[in-house]
Write a protein that binds this ligand. Structure first.
Ligand code: SF4
Length: 375
């Protein structure tokens, strides 16, 4: 953590089509991409000053792989022109299996992108179809192989579990196939039903039964067991790495409450005690930048108490937990005493433990990390 720089997030708000479970901000008007790229480059330039250098860049979305290599090159050139990027920076691109080829991957490498997250979600066509994904299982397999052939040595596979029609055995099969590619990183997310999505409607019109809490826990523990058996480190509730060097350095900054700059519509930024976020509309974003103004929608200033709670609950999502020494240095207080009323019952219930100077979640604690944040 020492000497770490802030992270840069770029939100590419376009998808060829919307998946039925998705609550990320993205639109399907891909004809707007050239204007969006021009606006983003303006934002990169106008943002200079708040942050000067980064050691991680994460290009997410949406579907960043709807951009051509030429458009990605323009963005990366602009970032390098206005910011100092660490020589060993982790530079990640999220890709959709249906969009990519060996040639595309090779060009990404030549642009300096050194890490890929492949939005695989499942190796079962029925499940992919249910989720409204554009790609099929064979395209996902081919994308993973092509990324390796193109020379990517840091590859992440994203999967989803807890889906209607997905038995625990079917999920295990998907996990086994993912493991067979020996990815450096795996993200396994539980399907979340957000009220704004068509999938939520489908479930709540009683067409589909939601997984029970017990069943969701079964998926969670099965995932942890299978991946740990395969040698992966369970370093965050939904994230696993082949070793500590392959943890997502960028996402670790969020969980460690470190500063980051987010550019693009709906992107969030954080520095010291200030959080601000951009307008969640591509059209407004472009219109504001055309006037050479920052496309910020709003901001909040966190109180010391809010900061303490965020550090606690973000840290408790991770295997490393909260560093007690760092907490003391930052707030001049002992976390275990400061938040005794929250922490003590959780330790008693074996959801948290103190180990090597860190307050950490146990596996049972990780399974309920989302509800811990509501305490
Ligand atoms: S590709 Fe990703 S961002 Fe786009 S609609 Fe599907 S889940 Fe959402």
């Amino acid at each position: 953590m020492k000497n770490e720089k802030p992270g840069l997030y770029i939100h590419v708000p376009f998808c060829q089509s919307k998946c039925v479970y998705c609550n990320f901000y993205s639109i399907t008007s891909i004809n707007l991409i050239p204007q969006f790229v021009a606006a983003l480059i303006k934002e990169i330039k106008l943002s200079k000053g708040t942050f000067n250098s980064f050691d991680t860049i994460y290009i997410g979305g949406g579907t960043p792989s709807v951009l051509t290599c030429g458009q990605l090159a323009e963005i990366i050139v602009a970032i390098n022109k206005f910011y100092k990027i660490d020589g060993k920076a982790e530079i990640t691109l999220e890709v959709n299996p249906g969009d990519v080829s060996i040639e595309y991957f090779k060009t990404l490498r030549s642009l300096g992108i050194n890490r890929l997250n492949i939005g695989t979600q499942s190796f079962d066509d029925k499940i992919l179809n249910f989720l409204g994904r554009r790609h099929n299982a064979n395209e996902a397999r081919r994308a993973i192989r092509d990324a390796r052939t193109a020379g990517f040595k840091n590859l992440g596979i994203d999967l989803i579990y807890g889906i209607h029609g997905q038995s625990i055995n079917l999920w295990k099969k998907t996990l086994a196939e993912a493991i067979s590619f020996r990815p450096e990183h795996l993200s396994c997310y539980q399907l979340a039903l957000d009220e704004s999505t068509p999938l939520y409607k489908k479930y709540h019109e009683k067409k589909i039964k939601e997984s029970s809490e017990n069943r969701q826990k079964k998926y969670f523990f099965t995932t942890a067991e299978e991946l740990e058996k395969a040698g992966y480190i369970h370093y965050e509730v939904s994230n696993f790495a082949r070793n500590n060097n392959f943890r997502s350095r960028h996402n670790m900054k969020y969980w460690r409450h470190m500063p980051y700059l987010g550019l693009g519509p709906a992107a969030h930024s954080f520095l010291e005690n200030r959080r601000w976020w951009n307008v969640a509309s591509v059209k407004n974003y472009m219109a504001i930048l055309a006037r050479r103004k920052m496309p910020v929608e709003s901001e909040e200033m966190l109180t010391a108490e809010q900061l303490k709670l965020e550090i606690l609950f973000l840290g408790l999502r991770t295997g490393e937990g909260v560093d007690l020494k760092l907490y003391r240095q930052r707030f001049g207080a002992d976390l275990l005493t400061d938040k005794k009323n929250i922490i003590e019952p959780l330790i008693k219930n074996k959801l948290l433990e103190v180990k090597n100077g860190h307050l950490r979640p146990t596996l049972a604690g990780m399974a309920v990390a989302d509800s811990l944040a509501l305490i």
